[in-house]
Design a protein around this ligand. Structure first.
Ligand SMILES: Nc1ncnc2c1ncn2[C@@H]1O[C@H](COP(=O)(O)OP(=O)(O)OP(=O)(O)O)[C@@H](O)[C@H]1O
Ligand SMILES: O=P(O)(O)OC[C@H]1O[C@H](OP(=O)(O)O)[C@H](O)[C@@H]1O
Length: 213
């Protein structure tokens, strides 16, 4: 299976059971492909920019836009696989997740298809957690970090308009600030149009493809 096929693959909890994480290199790291993590505070616009970049690389089998597994019902504004906490814990204990984290009272994971795409030399783009960057580098051979930012007042307005969380949850999201422990490879101050930010992310992905071919 190439990474384009995996782009459309269903990655709900049941579907992951047939797959094993990709082969590890002698150094124990998942490679040789790139894990490109898009991180930054809630409301900065990570998913928005990822969606724009996804459209640019539609049909490009070298790029997989990871569909996260989250213990949150799938909403209208973000496609992810949904599973409950017991399912999450069972899969985690079986070692099915190449990367997982907890935040906002939720559990998040990347599924085995991510490890497979990396093993095939692909570039995997994923919305990740700032807090999980050290773990990502401990597991993956090549990690690139794109940090998306926006002023807190802008983020507050966006989260309120998005309407996915209530006021208390939004407050928690606005105040959450885990450290980004390395200098990001790219910072996108997402205060222009979504198209502008999406173009910058897309250009970074294209450069990563060129660098790894
Ligand atoms: N450049 C922009 N200009 C105006 N609105 C934007 C821009 N980028 C994103 N938005 C809007 O801001 C809201 C939050 O964006 P998005 O969901 O992409 O953020 P996020 O960083 O993924 O947040 P979270 O971590 O909470 O999922 C969305 O409703 C989106 O439409
Ligand atoms: O604050 P940190 O640890 O960087 O990020 C925590 C997690 O929360 C957000 O996801 P979502 O808004 O719940 O989809 C981020 O995308 C990340 O996965």
């Amino acid at each position: 299976m190439n990474t384009r096929d995996m782009n459309t693959q269903k990655t709900g909890a049941g579907a992951t059971l047939d797959h094993r994480p990709g082969d590890r290199r002698p150094d124990g790291l998942l490679g040789p492909g790139t894990l490109l993590l898009v991180v930054g505070p809630s409301g900065a616009g990570k998913d928005t920019l990822i969606d724009i970049a996804r459209a640019r690389f539609a049909g490009d089998g070298r790029v997989l836009f990871a569909r996260r597994l989250v213990t949150r019902p799938a909403g209208m504004d973000e496609a992810h696989g949904t599973l409950n906490e017991a399912e999450f814990e069972a899969l985690r204990a079986q070692g099915r997740f190449p990367l997982f984290w907890r935040a906002h009272g939720l559990c998040y994971a990347l599924g085995p298809e991510v490890a497979q795409a990396i093993a095939e030399g692909g570039v995997v783009v994923a919305n990740g957690s700032r807090a999980t960057l050290p773990e990502a580098r401990a597991r993956f051979a090549r990690v690139r970090v794109v940090e998306v930012t926006a002023p807190v007042a802008v983020r507050a307005g966006r989260l309120a308009a998005r309407g996915r969380e209530d006021a208390a949850d939004i407050e928690e999201r606005l105040s959450r600030a885990p450290e980004v422990d390395v200098a990001p490879d790219l910072v996108i101050d997402n205060v222009g149009t979504p198209a502008d930010g999406g173009e910058r992310l897309g250009a970074f992905i294209a450069a990563e493809l060129a660098a790894t071919e």
